[in-house]
Design a protein. Structure first.
Length: 83
């Protein structure tokens, strides 16, 4: 889930054409934290932190619980986005 949220953040930054300095200002993070966000994987960011960064970008995450359809074998999370 964290990887997907990081991917969404990265995609939004690219779509909006935000460079490092603009992103650091909007996200209210340090340049080192921005570099960590751009690195492969993001072990330094908690789920709460990533949700806060999404909020600072004007996005929110909606969690919806569904029953697993009869006969379905897949369980877990499904994240769908516009990004």
């Amino acid at each position: 889930m964290k990887d997907r949220f990081v991917s969404i953040i990265r995609n939004v930054l690219v779509e909006r054409g935000l460079g490092q300095y603009e992103a650091v200002e909007i996200l209210e993070i340090s340049e080192a934290e921005f570099a960590a966000l751009q690195a492969e994987g993001c072990p330094d960011f908690s789920l709460d932190c990533l949700l806060l960064l999404l909020e600072k970008l004007g996005l929110y995450i909606e969690f919806v619980a569904h029953e697993i359809p009869v006969g379905a074998t897949s369980k877990g999370f499904r994240i769908s986005t516009l990004f």
